[in-house]
Design a protein around this ligand. Sequence first.
Ligand SMILES: C[S@@+](CC[C@H](N)C(=O)[O-])C[C@H]1O[C@@H](n2cnc3c(N)ncnc32)[C@H](O)[C@@H]1O
Length: 215
Amino acid sequence: MALPTPDTLHLSRPEYATVYEPAEDTYLLLDALEKDRAELQALQPQICVEIGSGSGCVSAFLGQVLAPIQSLIISTDINPAANQATQETTAAIPSMAFEQCRTRFVQALDNRLQGNIDVLIFNPPYVVTPSSEIDVTAEASAWAGGAYGREVLDQLLPQIHTLLSQNGRFYLVVIEENKPEEIIGILAQHSLVGCRVLQRRAGRENLSILRFIRK
Ligand SMILES: C[S@@+](CC[C@H](N)C(=O)[O-])C[C@H]1O[C@@H](n2cnc3c(N)ncnc32)[C@H](O)[C@@H]1O
């Protein structure tokens, strides 16, 4: 039976005006996690991290995917309103332990998390924009990705292999303009094997979910 999409109705409140509302990219990510449910449960992940959690919809959904496995799900975002929204969204999943952290990527937790993340998820700001639009406002931080929509993601890519545990895996949302094959090539240099697990067209965006595991 399909898992329910987490409730994010509270995003209509004014304090959450800058928070990214779940959209087609979010839903494709939920579908990928649900498709991998048996594998994710078999992994028995102890620490999961979602970078850029926005509404918290994906973090909360991951909690549902993993239940009854007990895991710690850490959600980070640079937008404090997103941290608050994530806290509210994940509070509706009482069976799982959630923590929120306001930080870029996982910077504030880097030392603690090195080699310890079993499931890492990022739906980055992937839209192709002038570089000057990146992080101009909290809203822009949700979508403005600079050249090839890759400028934010490219800051994280060299760290992925150091963050993941031995059996860790990484789920990433991309559009074709981000050059998915090039991303797979970059992570392959760090012995991470990538593949497209889902692909869907949504308006002008050709969205894919890439999944990476160690060789
Ligand atoms: C496309 S939205 C995705 C939101 C949510 N994960 C979803 O799938 O609906 C990107 C999110 O990443 C956050 N973000 C952008 N740059 C970030 C960075 N360097 N570190 C952490 N979060 C970041 C934004 O504030 C925004 O909430």
